[in-house]
Design a protein around this ligand. Structure first.
Ligand SMILES: [Zn+2]
Length: 125
C-alpha cells in the first residue's frame, strides 16, 4: 500500500512526482537537477525498499526518506512531519476526539528487524 500522506509530504518538498511502477514515484533530483524526473522513491509501506531513494543520473541514494530530506536541506517542519509519518515513534489516533498515544521510546517495533517471513507472519497475527 502506498502511503499517500508520505507521498503528499514529499511532493510538497520536491515538487509533484510521477507514479511509475510498484509504488515508486519519480521526482526531479534536488542534487543534479536533471531535466527529467530521475529520482525514484518507493512509497509502498509493504515493500522491502519502502522509502529507498535513488537518482539514476547522479547516483545519490539512501534507504530512508529522512536522509534525503536532510541531504537536500529540507525545512525543519517538513523533517518533523516526515518523522511523525515514518519515524520510530508511531502516533496512534484512538478516537474521533483525536487523543494521541505514543509508544514508549524503548519500544522496538518489529519493522526495524529484517523483513523475514517470521516477521511478516507476526505482523498479521
Ligand atoms: Zn541526481
Amino acid at each position: 500500500m502506498v502511503n499517500q500522506l508520505v507521498v503528499n509530504l514529499v511532493n510538497s518538498v520536491l515538487g509533484p512526482g510521477k507514479p511509475t511502477a510498484r509504488g515508486n514515484q519519480a521526482h526531479t533530483c534536488p542534487f543534479c537537477h536533471h531535466h527529467k524526473q530521475k529520482l525514484e522513491i518507493n512509497f509502498d509501506e509493504n515493500a522491502t525498499y519502502y522509502q529507498k531513494w535513488h537518482c539514476w543520473v547522479c547516483d545519490k541514494k539512501g534507504s530512508k526518506l529522512l536522509s534525503l530530506f536532510k541531504a537536500m536541506d529540507a525545512p525543519q517542519d517538513k523533517i518533523n512531519e516526515l518523522r511523525s509519518l515514518v519515524g520510530a515513534t508511531r502516533q496512534i489516533i484512538i478516537d474521533s476526539n483525536a487523543s494521541k498515544v505514543e509508544l514508549p521510546k524503548e519500544f522496538k517495533p518489529y519493522y526495524w528487524k529484517t523483513r523475514s517471513k517470521l516477521f511478516k507472519e507476526a505482523r498479521y497475527f
